[in-house]
Structure formats: structure tokens, C-alpha cells
Design a protein around this ligand. Structure first.
Ligand SMILES: *Cc1c(COP(=O)(O)O)cnc(C)c1O
Length: 392
């Protein structure tokens, strides 16, 4: 249970500590290889970093416009058109934010009334729950479960999650932590649910370019969805620069105006020189993104094959930075106990997936590992894991 903080308002009690803070502190204290938190331990593309340096030298160091610099809004608009055939007016339908996190927060704070409900798939990214709570709304979760065809959900559970109070559906694809890329058929089910119940959709697509099998399809590209969807992404994962915090939202003018109204009182603006650099990077098409995805696919295989050789049942991801293992394959059952003892047992940190569930029993035996680290880091982690003696 997270600590109760005496001065903290009731909405945020229950969200005082994250599993990442606990596990990263453990990693530091024990000198462990951190395969928990999903940030790369290598540099993003040099061309991108040099573009940021050039932007600072060129004097782009004061407040940028509230909706983002025109070059970046144009680049985002062109990106959505080229990649997905979605046309967004760069002046009315694109908003630059402080990472995807701010775009998500601004969207939920802007679009939800106190007492509204949000439908979200579990396991879910931790910020969704906290921001929904901040907005005074509550969540209804639909559980993703691994099956022979990968992770999927029961359409009846989705239907049952919608009530008269439901205002919006929050979708993350490619999905953290499972690595699932929602299929066209699943997206159509979700879109139909939104249309039939007149729900708004907010989509978190930060892993859109980190897809190793199948293809990413934005929910907004389905029939009747563009008009009701806020599509969110970020440069952090796409270009391996998670510290830059340049994200964006695309939506029709009235929806975007609402998100923008909330955003202006969160950060106001951020990252002027980084906005210039990201505009440049996006304009290069797949020249920077494709090699990163290929490289990550290889590291996915390195980690997944290594874990499988150690006796773990591995749910190999179709996208993202993360793989999930089922501990029952090595005779263990409790992800929290496993992850809390792992640094001591062999000097490796991973994250218990139960932290991402409302129905903790669904994820009790699951553990999330990241492969967005250098090969040496992954190999060192796997070597240390041999010390667990799980091998077959
Ligand atoms: C990393 C991550 C984010 C945060 O993106 P920023 O651009 O760093 O704010 C949002 N959603 C998911 C699913 C993520 O994994």
C-alpha cells in the first residue's frame, strides 16, 4: 500500500509512490542491472541531438508559442498524413505538449467532469489512474489476457464496462506493459463501442514507431472516430530521447481547443530548442525511426530468447520496450515478492506487472522486463539471472 501523506488531498491518496521509484531505488542501492524502468541507456540519433544544439546556438531559447512552434506543428501534421492518411490542420488541430504525459493530463482534465467514468484496458500505464483521479473521475477496466494469439480481451467485458456515466475510452496501442499491438478487428470493436455509446476516445500512441510485428493503426483512422478522438504521441520513445519531453495531441478543432485550455495552465510551454530539433527529425520520415525499430527488435529477441533459455514462459511483444514473463513457469507465483528479492538474489531489477492492474490477481504471476537497454546491459542481466538456477 502506498504511504498516506497527511497534506495530500483525498483524490491523490493511493498514488503517492510508484513501483518505478521503489524498484529504481533498489537497483541503485544494490548495484543491480535495471531492466525495470523503460528508458534507453544509450543516446538518441546524433543528427537529432545536433539539431537541438544548433537550435540553442541559433537563439531559440525563449517561450515558444502556446500551441507549439509552427515548424513542429507542420511536421506533426505531415507525419500523420504520410503515415496514416490522417489530415490535421497544423494551426487548429495540432498541439505541442510537455511529453505525452502532459497531453494525457490536459486531455483528461479538460474532457472529464467530476463523477464521469473512463474505460481503460488493464494492465495500464500508471499515469492514467492518477490523472483520472485528479480529474475527479473513476475508471472501469477491461482486462487483457495472454492467449494463443497474444494478448486480447473479451468483447463482452468491454461492453459491460460502459455505463451511463462513461465519458471516454482511453486506449494505449502499442501497449505498455504487454507489448500488444491492437489488431484491426479489435480496433473496430473498440471504435464501434465508442460510436454506439457516443464516447470520446483518447489514444496513447507513444510506441507507434516501435512495432516489430503487424502494423500500428491509429483509432482515429477508423470510421466515425477522427471526430471524437484525441490522438497523442511523443518524440521520447520514437527517437530515444525520453528526457526531452516533447509530445503532441491531434484532434478536431473543438476537442483540441478544450485540451489546449487545460494545457496552458499546466506547463504553459516547454522545450523551445527541442521543438525545433524534433521538427527536423520528423521531417526526415523513417530515416531515423526505422533503424531504431530494427535495432530494438534485435534486442527484444536477445532478451526474450535469453529469458526463455532460463526457463521463463515469455510473452514476446509485437511492439514497445517491454516483454512479460509468467513466473509460474519457474515455479514461482508472486511478482512482487520475486521483484523485491531479485536484486538481492542476483543483482537484477524487473517490475511486477500486478502494479498495473486493478484486479491484481490477474497480474500476480507476471513480471515486466525492458529491452530498451544496450546489448551489454541485457547480456549482463541475463548472465546474472543464471544465478537464480531456474535453467532447464
Ligand atoms: C513513456 C510513456 C509515456 C510518457 O511519454 P512522455 O512523452 O515521456 O511524457 C506515456 N505513455 C506510455 C504508455 C509510455 O510508455
Amino acid at each position: 500500500m502506498p504511504a498516506r501523506l497527511p497534506y495530500l488531498n483525498a483524490r491523490l491518496q493511493g498514488y503517492t509512490t510508484t513501483i518505478f521509484a521503489e524498484m529504481s531505488a533498489l537497483a541503485l542501492a544494490t548495484g543491480s542491472v535495471n531492466l525495470g524502468q523503460g528508458f534507453p541507456d544509450s543516446e538518441g540519433p546524433e543528427e537529432l541531438r545536433e539539431a537541438a544544439v544548433a537550435a540553442i546556438r541559433a537563439g531559440h531559447n525563449q517561450y515558444p508559442p502556446g500551441i507549439g512552434i509552427p515548424e513542429l506543428r507542420q511536421a506533426i501534421s505531415a507525419h500523420q498524413l504520410e503515415c496514416y492518411g490522417l489530415a490535421y490542420d497544423p494551426d487548429e488541430e495540432v498541439l505541442v505538449t510537455a511529453g505525452a504525459t502532459e497531453a494525457l493530463a490536459a486531455s483528461l482534465l479538460a474532457l472529464l467532469e467530476v463523477g464521469d467514468e473512463v474505460v481503460v484496458f488493464e494492465p495500464y500505464y500508471d499515469a492514467y489512474a492518477a490523472v483520472t483521479a485528479l480529474a475527479g473521475a473513476s475508471r472501469k477496466v477491461v482486462t487483457l489476457r495472454p492467449g494463443p494469439e497474444g494478448w486480447t480481451f473479451d468483447p463482452a467485458e468491454l461492453e459491460a464496462a460502459v455505463t451511463a456515466r462513461t465519458r471516454l475510452l482511453l486506449l494505449n496501442s502499442p501497449h505498455n506493459p504487454t507489448g500488444k499491438v491492437f489488431s484491426a478487428a479489435e480496433l473496430e470493436l473498440i471504435a464501434r463501442c465508442c460510436r454506439e455509446h457516443d464516447l470520446l476516445a483518447v489514444t496513447d500512441e507513444v510506441y507507434e514507431h516501435l512495432v516489430y510485428e503487424g502494423a500500428h493503426v491509429p483509432l482515429a483512422s477508423l470510421e466515425g472516430m477522427r471526430e471524437r478522438t484525441v490522438t497523442i504521441s511523443s518524440a521520447g520513445k520514437t527517437f530515444s530521447v525520453t528526457g526531452w519531453k516533447i509530445g503532441w495531441a491531434c484532434a478536431p478543432p473543438e476537442l483540441l481547443a478544450a485540451v489546449r485550455a487545460a494545457k496552458q495552465f499546466l506547463t504553459y510551454v516547454n522545450g523551445a530548442p527541442f521543438q525545433h530539433a524534433v521538427a527536423h527529425a520528423l521531417s526526415l520520415g523513417s530515416r531515423l525511426t526505422a533503424p531504431l525499430a530494427l535495432d530494438l527488435a534485435e534486442r527484444r529477441d536477445l532478451l526474450c530468447d535469453g529469458l526463455a533459455a532460463l526457463g521463463f514462459l515469455v510473452h514476446r511483444p509485437a511492439g514497445t520496450y517491454f516483454a512479460t514473463t509468467d513466473l509460474r513457469s519457474i515455479g514461482e507465483h508472486d511478482g512482487y515478492a520475486f521483484c523485491r528479492s531479485l536484486p538481492e538474489r542476483c543483482g537484477v531489477v524487473a517490475v511486477p506487472s500486478a502494479a498495473f492492474y486493478d484486479h491484481a490477481a490477474e497480474g500476480r504471476h507476471l513480471v515486466r522486463w525492458t529491452f530498451c537497454k544496450r546489448r551489454e546491459t541485457l547480456e549482463e542481466g541475463l548472465t546474472r539471472l543464471k544465478g537464480l538456477g531456474t535453467g532447464q
